[in-house]
Design a protein. Structure first.
Length: 814
């Protein structure tokens, strides 16, 4: 047997846990084989035959079954923690991309602080408000009840909002209520607050993981001053290690550990106040003393905050608490509770690594005020407390004392009272080491067995329950957030799809309208310009063709003939000028109509998006490029006063006459006289003609001259009109002016047309951008909806499997 135990490097002999591993197949996996069919002559085999099993065997067997169960739960919880952490990380990542909705509804009803408690259970209604830790009990993060506030039209019910445990945002800032604050904050700010909460939760999950993987269990022994805590610890160790005194003596926390954790050397390490964290492998973190010095250091000291005492426990593994073979246990003897130490001890008791709190009270004193306060506060975290009523030997009426103390336990910790047989013990610790009083020793043995069970078999409650509770809280929060966000994304998705259904056809319509309107505008401009051109051409041409009609210029005789010609020319040019101005006026009106038409198209299709710009028709044709007086070069000369329209007929007369006629005709314009003379020559014959010719010529000359002079008022307008017309024709005056007027119209109409096109472009671009954004939101919402749907299922299934973990373990009769 000894050779088998020698296999274990740490213990130096094979431990019962290793033995259990052989029975169950795997020490730590939680997936061991059956206990049935153990190996050969192994001591464990004896356990399989209840008839032959001793009490010690049964206890050992029970411990192993309990350990197996513990390991199964531990592994399952470890997996769940890893899974939850993974889910949280993904949620955090998702939250950074798609800020999660967070319910902003305030609690509407008063929530009982422990309403949803599962493993932590409801403590006494008489208890003062419990001290709270970072959500290791299901309801301990619920914020203090607040007055009823108005609910908001959000997607969650007030009940959901109050259900947040771990991921509850601390929004109690300033005068704003949390709901107002959620509204006043940007969605991204909420998301970043949530991000912080998730990071905290991830840290806590990792601490819980470490804690459940830690095989050590710490038992804190606390109680009233002088209740016999040190004596009780010594009794558990079966040797006097800690100083005992009638006066208060323990001034610092004394942690008793197995000497094998210190290379089997019995000594103690004193950790200086404000020194670095204790590390057994780093001597700079503590001072080493022999055990004999313990009393000196512990009783009165102002240098050390804590001591670690390494002692050998000579008892066998099934008897020793420190060396129990299953789990490393450390006993911590705390200073007696008084007003000064109460808080420190309460804080110490609430530390994560404390798995069990043993409360020692003196049977003579019952529960003092400090004891009650401690149990209300610190013990609330642990739910179960192991109560040792010490110095029971000093009590005469033991039954009465038991009854009274149990009554007090019932009101202080109902759960502990429910299991009082296991958890409340009346003993006399000072009688144990001597071992003289068998009855007292048996009583203490019973206590010790219960304590072993409590620590070893029920440590699932103390070690695993906080992890289970916290996990359930996280998963429940994730479930709530997933549900809220699934609904939110679904609503967002249908909203954005509705919007797209509305916007997309509108967009198509706008694109079509833009082409149509653009064509219409072009056509309208073309039509206006054609009308304007035609009108201008017609007006100016007709004016030019009627230039010599009805001259209003007065002819004042031969001596003012030149002035008459000048005035006539001026009047003619003015007439033409007026026709041009009239054409421009017409063009102005047409343009104004065209502009109005374009604007009405803008308003019709774009509504308020189309901004009308003022059109001022009076500014059209302001540059007088068309001033005729400057461009017409026509000068008045002598020929403008005489009209020789009939000169070809004068050419048929005698050469001289012809010459004279031509010269005179050219000079004086006497064609009608020459005409008459020609006819007379043919009638009279050549002789008579010869006699008559000279006087006739003279008469004709005089008559012609008279005629020419009298014809000046008619000849001047005719000749000038002809000359001006010719020059205007050469200048292509009609066309170029009509063109100029039309161009101006086109240019002016071009402005509103361009504006309309630009407005259309802007509007379509805006619609396009909106559609792109909506499509993006649609895609993101689809992804988010799918994600939150998955998260909801995942969180629910994780929650179900964590809830299914039975930490109590199988009931094993010992
Ligand atoms: N009669 C009797 N006396 C006890 C018992 N247990 C402890 N004592 C005595 O009570 C006194 C105080 O015991 P300690 O163990 O020092 O008490 P403590 O609670 O550790 O004291 P502090 O740590 O200083 O608060 C000592 O004189 C012990 O001998 C007991 O069961 N019966």
């Amino acid at each position: 047997m000894a050779s088998q135990y020698a296999q274990n490097p740490r213990r130096g002999s094979q431990s019962p846990s290793a033995l259990a591993a052989r029975i169950v197949g795997d020490d730590d996996s939680g997936y061991g084989g059956s206990v049935v069919g153990g190996e050969g002559d192994h001591p464990a085999v004896a356990v399989l035959n209840p008839g032959q099993a001793t009490d010690a065997d049964r206890r050992l067997w029970a411990s192993h079954v309990s350990q197996l169960h513990y390991n199964q739960n531990r592994v399952a919880l470890g997996r769940s923690i890893a899974h939850a952490a993974d889910t949280l990380k993904k949620f955090q990542h998702n939250n950074s991309k798609w800020p999660a909705h967070y319910p902003s509804v305030q609690r509407m009803v008063e929530a009982p602080s422990l309403a949803r408690s599962q493993s932590s259970g409801a403590e006494s209604a008489h208890s003062p408000p419990p001290m709270r830790r970072s959500a290791t009990s299901q309801s301990d993060t619920a914020s203090p009840q607040q007055p009823t506030t108005t609910s908001e039209p959000r997607l969650v019910t007030p009940q959901i909002a109050q259900e947040f445990n771990v991921l509850k945002l601390d929004l109690k800032l300033g005068a704003l209520s949390p709901s107002e604050l959620v509204h006043s904050l940007e969605k991204s700010s909420i998301a970043s607050l949530l991000d912080g909460k998730i990071s905290q939760s991830l840290k806590h999950l990792s601490a819980l993981r470490e804690r459940i993987d830690d095989t050590a269990s710490k038992v804190l022994v606390t109680g009233d001053l002088n209740a016999g805590k040190s004596t009780f610890c010594n009794a558990l160790l079966r040797k006097k290690v800690l100083p005992e005194d009638q006066q208060p003596c323990t001034s610092i926390f004394c942690e008793v550990l197995d000497a094998r954790d210190n290379a089997s050397v019995e000594e103690f390490h004193a950790i200086p106040i404000d020194g670095p964290a204790y590390d057994r492998n780093d001597e700079s973190t503590y001072d080493v003393y022999p055990l004999e010095k313990l009393e000196e250091i512990v009783v009165e000291n102002d240098r050390y905050s804590q001591v670690k005492i390494y002692v050998e426990d000579a008892r066998s593994v099934d008897q020793s608490l420190l060396r129990n073979g299953v789990v490393d246990i450390a006993l911590i003897d705390a200073p007696g509770l008084n007003l000064d130490s109460l808080k420190t001890t309460a804080v110490f008791a609430r530390q994560e690594e404390i798995d069990v709190v043993v409360f020692v009270l003196s049977a003579e004193n019952h529960f003092t005020l400090s004891a009650k306060e401690f149990i209300w506060n610190a013990a609330h975290e642990k739910a179960y407390i192991f109560i040792v009523v010490n110095r029971f030997d000093n009590i005469r009426d033991k039954a009465r004392c038991q009854r009274l103390i149990l009554e007090q336990v019932a009101s202080l910790s109902p759960r502990t009272h429910q299991d009082a047989k296991e958890l409340v013990h009346f003993v006399s610790s000072n009688a144990v080491i001597d071992g003289e009083d068998t009855a007292k020793c048996q009583e203490f043995d019973k206590l010790e067995q219960s304590l072993r069970r409590f620590v070893l078999e029920k440590r699932a409650r103390s070690k695993l329950a906080p992890a289970k509770t916290y996990l359930l809280n996280v998963l429940e929060d994730l479930e709530t957030l997933a549900e809220v966000n699934k609904e939110a994304t679904s609503a967002e998705l249908s909203k954005v799809r509705d919007e797209l259904d509305k916007i997309a056809p509108e967009f198509e319509k706008s694109v079509k309208a833009r082409t149509e309107v653009s064509e219409n505008v072009d056509n309208s401009i073309d039509e206006t310009c054609t009308t304007v051109y035609k009108h201008a051409r017609k007006t100016i041409t007709s004016t030019i063709s009627r230039l010599n009609e009805k001259s209003t210029v007065k002819y004042d005789g031969l001596f003012s003939a030149y002035a008459f010609a000048e005035a006539t020319k001026k009047a003619m040019l003015e007439k033409i000028q007026d026709s041009v101005t009239a054409s421009e006026g017409f063009a102005r009106t047409q343009t104004a109509q065209g502009v109005a038409q374009i604007k009405s198209m803008g308003v019709l299709h774009l509504g308020s998006e189309y901004v009308e710009k003022a059109f001022r028709p009076e500014y059209m044709f302001s540059r007088k490029k068309h001033l005729l007086s400057k461009s017409i070069k026509t000068e008045i000369n002598a020929f403008d006063f005489f009209d020789f329209d009939k000169q070809e007929k004068v050419a048929g007369m005698s050469l001289s006459l012809t010459v004279a006629t031509v010269a005179g005709g050219q000079m004086f314009g006497i064609s009608s006289w020459v005409d008459g003379l020609w006819k007379a020559t043919s009638f009279l014959g050549p002789k008579t003609t010869k006699k008559l010719i000279l006087p006739a010529i003279l008469i004709a000359g005089v008559a012609g001259a008279v005629f020419l002079v009298s014809d000046i008022p008619n000849a001047v307008p005719r000749k000038l009109a002809k000359k001006i017309r010719k020059e205007l024709e050469e200048m292509d005056y009609v066309h170029s002016n009509s063109e100029r007027i039309t161009k101006e119209c086109r240019k002016v109409l071009g402005f509103p047309a361009d504006e309309l096109r630009a407005a259309f472009h802007k509007s379509i671009e805006k619609q396009g951008t909106t559609i792109d954004e909506k499509r993006r939101t649609e895609k993101e919402s689809e992804v988010a909806f799918k994600y939150f749907g998955g998260l909801l299922k995942d969180a629910a299934s994780q929650k179900k499997s964590v809830m299914g973990l039975d930490l109590e373990g199988p009931a094993i009769a010992l």
